[in-house]
Design a protein around this ligand. Structure first.
Ligand code: FRU
Length: 494
């Protein structure tokens, strides 16, 4: 039986989503049904569809007691909202149903594992959150919380592990049919760690080992872990809080870290070899992946960042959208991301130009729009001499623009959305040290009304940013200081 709290949320979301018109939302990125959205949750393929749940507060456009919103899709681009799946309605989760994941049980039911939060009053008059791991089982629409919740609590933690920072379980099934789950936690030194738990049936869980340790290298607490094998490597994704920048990496305060290494399934041992940032833009956090039926590993992230949530349109009745789903591969020890190939079906009105010399400001007929897939290749006009700077401006009119500019001598690509309509003096720029060949910069830009995602050199690096520029600003122009020669292939996305 659904609780009163859940029934109310379902009634509220159904009534209030009608206040948001279609053009006030992104077209093919999932945005919140109404109110507030953060992390993707329970990303899974179930009953012939992709299911994506999300951290959800329906009643306002700010974070509040967390519910799980729910949407389904066949192509990860056209989404249908389903009724909210979880509400904070039990003693153990009354202050929030935090992030978690999903899988299909052998009997065909859908299993959700999430973090229950309940605030406890302390003797000194203060309070603290207690976080535990909980289960809910359902049919793809309605979910029943497990009667033995929570299934993991402070008694399952290793020595020194925090019961306040113990969250975001990611579950998967091993080849032998048993289950694994990793959870973010804070050890006694205040840093972050990932704990591994195992289960024979998905319901009874035991602590196995500390799966990965931060040791204060990458931020502090590690949130939203995900783990998978890909292209012969093991990949651990996690979103650290409170990161310190290191060179051109990890500039976002809260960012997403990718550790690539080896995994020994016998002993459940992960050995780190390399680290990198997952996104070099401004707005990307807490991604989760799904293994698609056809074997692709697909990642979706929250297209936002805790440090930039004050950048918003006051008049909108929604806050929070997901990134474009991205197909992952590992090549030469690095994580590559590409927009899912399903996006190709949305391409229309191809316009292309080749070998266009840019030596000042240039616009090209047919190159404009705010729902766009555009590929650019930029080379020096004269092969022996770099241009000083190349820039593409978009979401542009007399008043506004956002730009990507590149200086090949430094190999630095900068995104700048200072003039995107923001009234907040938060960070609006980010620089990325481009790894590929600066003499041939390849960019693919995906625009969808309120965002830009830039895939460099076939996805070796990605820069993501939200934009709230008015939609009338749909110009695109090019600029070069010193001659550049460009190829442009542009489609509208409909
Ligand atoms: C990450 C996070 C998670 C938590 C959720 C709460 O963005 O802080 O660790 O489960 O958001 O909404």
């Amino acid at each position: 039986m659904n609780s009163q709290t859940l029934r109310e949320a379902r009634k509220y979301e159904e009534a209030s989503e009608t206040a948001i018109t279609e053009t006030e939302r992104p077209q093919f990125h999932l945005s919140v049904r109404t109110g507030w959205m953060n992390d993707p949750n329970g990303f899974s393929f179930y009953g012939g569809k992709y299911h994506l749940f999300y951290q959800y507060y329906p009643y306002d456009t700010v974070w509040g007691p967390m519910h799980w919103g729910h949407a389904v899709s066949e192509d990860l681009l056209h989404w249908e909202y389903l009724p909210a799946a979880l509400a904070p309605d039990r003693l153990y989760d009354r202050d929030g149903c935090f992030s978690g994941s999903a899988l299909t049980l052998p009997d065909g039911r859908h299993l959700l594992m999430y973090t229950g939060v309940s605030r406890e009053n302390l003797k000194d008059g203060g309070s603290c959150d207690v976080q535990t791991q909980c289960l809910a089982v359902g049919d793809g629409i309605d979910y029943e919380k497990y009667e033995k919740n929570p299934v993991l609590d402070s008694s399952d933690l290793p020595e020194g592990g925090s019961r306040t920072d113990f969250r975001d379980p990611k579950i998967w099934k091993k080849t032998d049919g048993s289950y694994c789950c990793i959870v973010g936690n804070r050890p006694a030194d205040g840093s972050g760690q990932i704990l591994l738990f195992t289960s024979a049936n998905g319901f009874d869980w035991t602590f196995k080992k500390v799966f990965a340790e931060n040791r204060n290298r990458y931020g502090k607490m590690w949130e939203c872990p995900d783990f998978f094998e890909l292209d012969g490597k093991a990949v651990l994704l996690t979103s650290p809080q409170d990161m310190l920048p290191q060179g051109f990496e990890y500039h976002n305060g809260n960012g997403t870290l990718c550790l690539i290494g080896e995994y020994d399934e016998e002993t459940d041992t992960f050995t780190e070899q390399r680290n990198q940032a997952v996104d070099y833009g401004i707005d990307f956090y807490a991604p989760q992946t799904v293994l698609a039926e056809d074997g692709r590993r697909i990642m979706i992230g929250w297209m936002q960042n805790w440090d930039t949530i004050s950048f918003r349109r006051q008049e909108y009745k929604w806050f929070g959208q997901m990134s474009i789903p991205r197909e992952l591969t590992v090549r030469n020890g690095r994580l590559y991301q590409r927009p899912i190939r399903e996006l190709d079906a949305l391409r229309q009105n191809k316009v292309e130009y080749h070998d266009v010399v840019v030596s000042d400001v240039l616009t090209l007929p047919g190159i404009e729009g705010r729902r766009v897939d555009m590929e650019l290749v930029i080379r020096p006009e004269n092969p022996d001499m770099y241009y000083r700077k190349f820039a593409v401006r978009f979401a542009q009119n007399e008043k506004y623009y956002t730009s990507l500019s590149f200086r090949p001598a430094e190999s630095v690509l900068k995104i700048d959305r200072k003039f995107s309509g923001s009234r907040r003096a938060i960070i609006h720029q980010r620089r990325c040290l481009v790894r590929g060949n600066p003499a041939e910069l390849k960019l693919r830009m995906i625009l969808d009304r309120f965002s830009v995602e830039v895939f460099l050199h076939d996805g070796e690096q990605v820069m993501t940013a939200v934009l709230y520029t008015e939609q009338e600003a749909d110009g695109i122009s090019f600029f070069a200081d010193g001659g550049a020669r460009i190829d442009v292939v542009k489609y509208d996305l409909r």
